[in-house]
Every structure is written in C-alpha cells, then in structure tokens.
Design a protein around this ligand. Structure first.
Ligand SMILES: [Zn+2]
Length: 452
C-alpha cells in the first residue's frame, strides 16, 4: 500500500473509530435532538399520567401484597394498558406473601395514660389476645442493648436512635425483634424510620430468625420514642400496653402486569422499564411506588403516542411484591430468563425533580450512556452517573448479567417524610415534576434501545 493510500486508509479508520465511539452519528444526533424535544413537549403537556396516579391511589387505596385492593388495581392497569394500545399486555401469576395487620394499638399506661400512634411492622406476629403490658427499656444501639441485657427480661425494648439515614435506621426495623427477644424482651418498638416526627408512624418489613423466639414488633413516632426516653431517664418507669392482631396467612396469587412496543430491527432484544405495583397498607403508595409505576408505564405510552418505533422491544413491567418478598422480580426472572434482555430500568425513588440517571454496565456502554446527558439536560439538570439500581430488576439483571439503569430524584430529604406512612398520598406529587420524570425515562430507555 503506497504512502498516500496508507495515509488515507489511516484517516478513514480514525473517522470510523470516532464515529463509532460517540453514541450516535452526527446526523442521528441532529435527528435525536428533535425526537427528544417532541418527547419533552408531549410529556409536559400531558395530564393523563397524573390523573391516572390520583385515580389509582384514590380508587384502590393501599396495595399491600395479598390484598384485594392490589389485585383490583392490577386488573385496572392491565385494562388501561390495553386501551393504550400496547402489544402483549398480560398479567403473569405470582404467588405473594399475605401478611395482614388487623386491629392494633399502643398506649402509655404509666406515669399517665396516653394513646401512642403506632404501626405494626410487616411480618410481625400478634400479641396475646389481652395484649402485652410491660415497662420499657430504651436503647440507642444493639451494643447498648447487649450491655443492658440483664435489664431487658420481661420488658418492651424501645430502639430510639437518631436518624442518620435510611440505611442506618432500617437495621432496627428489620432485626430489632430478634435482638430484643434474644435478651428476653416480650415485645419491641422502634422509632419510625424517618428524618421527622409529626406524630406520623412508618411501617415496613421486619424478619424473624428460626432460632430465636418471635416477639411482636412495631413502630412508634419520634415524639413518643423521645418521651419514653425522658420518662425512663427521670426514673419515672414508663409502662406501655401493646395490642396487635397481625398474622401471616398462606401465600395468594397476584400478578406482574406488563405491556410493550415491539422492536423493529431487533424485536427479540428487550429493554425493560418498571416500578413496583404493591405498597404498604397505609397511605395509598403514591411515591412508593405508584409514581414509579405510572411514570415508567407512561414513558412507554408517550413513545407509542409519538409513533416512535424503537429498534428493540421496550416492555413496561409493573413488578408485584417489592415490599415484602420481591416475588414479582424473582418470578419475572424465572419466567423471562431465556429472553435476551438488553437493559433493566427501574424507578423507585419517589417522584421529585429528576436529577440522575444511574447506570451499571461495562465501560463502553457507560461511555455511550454518558452521551445521553446532553439530551436529558433538555428536560432538567440531569446527570448520568455510575450505579443503576432497582430491587425488582435485580434478580434477572444478576442472573443474566444485564446492564441496569435507574432514575434518581432530588427529594430534598422529603422522600422519607412520607415513606411507608399514612402520608404517602398523591397530593405529595407535583404534576409537572411527574411529567419531567416521564420525559427523562422515555428519553433514556429510547436512546438505549437505539444503541448500536
Ligand atoms: Zn419502593
């Protein structure tokens, strides 16, 4: 190959390499800019998504796994997805745990009588039929409980640790009953997992171990946990009465509901986006995770309504039972593991200003997804960072080593104000913010489905 031809050859290679390195070719980039703008314009002018979120929360209420509310809501979603014209709309059966709360209350009986707002924690057993009345022992850590083990026998242990974030607080919710029972406590209470009080209790999942006796486990409010601590510190020997009817019934059938847009060039390659359809049995699961379901579902609806025909199939999946078992995510993995999944996307961080698209995949893909930033920033100041996550998408993503993506929002610390509490209701969600989340999700999954 002579000198001139050799130089031209190198030049062509160089151009091709640079061409391949960017997510998309120059022409495609121009083209995507206008597609992205049309996605944003349509999303921001929409009100159907917000109305459906309100309707679902108001009409079906809390959607705890095993409840009729949930299955009714799922059949409604299936019907609406069919109306939206999605392909292959279906409800796949999943056996889910069926924990029920029943009646419950908690009250201070000494040094004075006072009702204490409370919520039994998901999975907890009931108290004896007359309830449990016992003095309390307030601790701030498992270490302190160990140190005071000889004082705990026959008492109600109260875990009252200051909020250092969800990850830190949730340890007492999950394992507090085991730790307290191990030292002879008759029941255990936790300060609700939230940065604020407002006499608002927060529920959530707890677990038992097979080797330690089971005791009832519930959450009280910040205000009352601090009150019990002050009474104890003054030597006023606070006594509490706890009554719970909670029980775990046999598993029942529920559903993963899904619908899709079939891909044009690579229909057998699947991009999944979703949230979890279940919630706890208080509030109406607006932020956790009604908003995530509605946003991912309507991102797909948006692409459909704009007549966008993605290269790959994009499938919206409303995963069931995230809160207490992840049976929906596991069932989806089991049933769909033989399909070629290109991406698993989840939105379960509350509907607040979209801020981050988190991605987990190899470096080449990471670089390509980084290229989405300029389009995402047409919606809001959204960055692409390392680290996608999602409880429901994890079983299959891990099994088949599939890249994971998620939308993170800037909640200004408010997500856990409402999380798993009677306050998680649609009035906490802003329509424009929801629509921005929908636009960001539609852009991210569409661009990803187009990647070479
Ligand atoms: Zn959630």
């Amino acid at each position: 190959m002579n000198g001139l031809r050799y130089t031209t050859f190198i030049l062509i290679i160089a151009i091709m390499l640079t061409h391949n390195n960017s997510s998309f070719s120059a022409d495609t980039q121009k083209n995507y800019k206008s597609i992205v703008q049309s996605i944003i314009d349509k999303a921001l002018s929409d009100s159907v998504a917000y109305q459906r979120l309100e309707y679902m929360c108001d009409t079906y209420g809390p959607r705890l796994s095993g409840s009729d509310n949930l299955n009714k809501a799922l059949m409604w979603i299936k019907g609406e997805m069919q109306k939206d014209g999605f392909a292959n709309v279906k409800a796949e059966e999943v056996y889910v745990p069926h924990w029920v709360r029943g009646n419950e209350w908690c009250k201070l009986v000494s040094p004075r009588e006072a009702k204490m707002p409370m919520l039994g924690l998901g999975g907890s057993i009931a108290t004896p039929k007359d309830g449990i009345t016992a003095p309390v022992l307030v601790v701030h850590s498992y270490e302190e409980l160990e140190k005071k083990a000889n004082e705990a026998k026959g008492k109600i242990v109260v875990f009252n640790k200051d909020w250092l974030g969800y990850g830190d607080a949730v340890q007492f919710r999950t394992h507090g009953a085991e730790k307290a029972a191990k030292v002879g406590a008759v029941a255990s209470l936790i300060r609700s997992c939230s940065p604020i009080g407002m006499q608002n209790p927060h529920t959530g999942m707890m677990v038992y171990s097979d080797t330690i006796p089971k005791i009832p486990h519930a959450a009280i409010t910040h205000e009352d946990a601090l009150l019990l601590e002050r009474l104890e510190a003054r030597g006023q020997n606070p006594v509490v009465h706890l009554y719970m009817e909670a029980q775990t019934l046999p598993d029942v059938i529920s559903y993963n509901v899904m619908g899709e847009i079939r891909g044009t060039e690579k229909p057998d390659e699947i991009v999944v986006l979703g949230g979890h359809s279940d919630s706890w049995d208080v509030g109406t699961g607006a932020d956790d995770d009604g908003g995530g379901c509605i946003a991912t579902w309507h991102a797909l609806k948006l692409l459909k309504e704009l007549g966008i025909k993605p290269k790959r199939t994009i499938r919206a999946v409303m995963f069931v039972n995230e809160e207490n078992g992840v049976k929906g995510g596991k069932a989806y993995a089991d049933k769909h593991k033989d399909e070629k999944h290109h991406l698993m996307f989840e939105f379960d961080s509350g509907v607040f200003t979209p801020e981050v698209i988190g991605f987990s995949g190899n470096d080449t893909l990471m670089e390509k997804v980084k290229g989405f930033e300029k389009y995402l920033q047409m919606v809001d100041s959204i960055n692409v960072t390392k680290g996608g996550w999602g409880v429901d998408i994890s079983p299959l993503a891990r099994l088949d080593n599939i890249p994971v993506m998620s939308l993170g929002t800037n909640d200004e610390g408010k997500y856990f104000w409402y999380h798993h509490s009677p306050a998680d209701t649609p009035d906490k969600i802003d329509r424009v913010v929801l629509n921005k989340c929908i636009a960001a999700i539609a852009i991210a999954v569409y661009l990803y489905s187009e990647l070479d």
